[in-house]
Design a protein around this ligand. Sequence first.
Ligand code: R5P
Length: 324
Amino acid sequence: MLKKHFKLISGTANRKLADEVAKILKIPLTPVEIKRFHDGEIYCRVLESVRGCDVFIIQPTSPDASLNLMELLIMVDALKRSSPDKITAVIPYYGYCRQDKKTKPREPITAKLVANMIETAGVDRVITFDLHVAQVQGFFDIPSDNLEVVPLFAEYIQNKKLKNIVVVSPDAGGAARARYFGKVLNAPIAIIDKRRPEPNVAKVENVIGNVKGKTAFLVDDIIDTAGSITEAANILLRFGAKEVYALATHAVLSDPAIERITKSNLKEVVVTNTIQIPKEKMIGKLKVISIAPLLAETVKRTHEGLPMGVVYEQMYKKLERKIK
Ligand code: R5P
């Protein structure tokens, strides 16, 4: 049972997810008016008092990343000026996260810039899912929870009851994620040697590890143009994999992702609903796992000052039981 003075607010980026969370928590979403001026500026007004409340705003910075980020900042500003007790920004997909370091001179580090903007706007705490790299959490000087979807995906894989599987990272940067999955599933891993000659172009040349005769599960954080996973699927099959599935937390799905996935050799592409997927992109190969139950539990526990560790322990225990 949620205490008094609790408010859940949704931006326009993923209203469906916010509705699911509100339903699980058995509370109505606090109404807000969000509209655009003719010049594109965003207007926001919270339609009921939030004075003294513990407020949670759900707003991923999904495509259009800049627009949704700006909407989040403006909503936070509207709230901050309305005397809440605390503001938690729930950002299931944290855009601008891939620019987390300088790889060439005179480049920005947008993952840090956006963290600064969110803090400056007046957010007290953030909740994210599967940041591109975990250390981005340290770009925030306010408390943050970066939730993993590994148990949700691991359960999905386990339910297929397949033998002889291999977990594959589509690039060296994702090796730690694949290793973690491999540990949870008690499966070997492989890594694809991917290079990026330019942004959004993926070139793969080699597979490190044995995939021959195995069902390969590619695990990644983001599917953007789907170049990485489709190229990876091709090379895995060339190296003798029996079949290839792809799992990724954030379904950005920029063009030509859907076309590439449709034409690809991928058996299934499993994503979550951190980003709301438009109807026209919901092709048959795409399976969506909802993060709403996990998010609802996190919001509830954050509000009540309870730890999340036990929830993960339970999820992993359940998986272990299935492995045995
Ligand atoms: C890159 O480091 C990320 O982890 C993803 O692999 C990448 O963003 C996917 O992009 P795309 O789908 O355009 O290949």
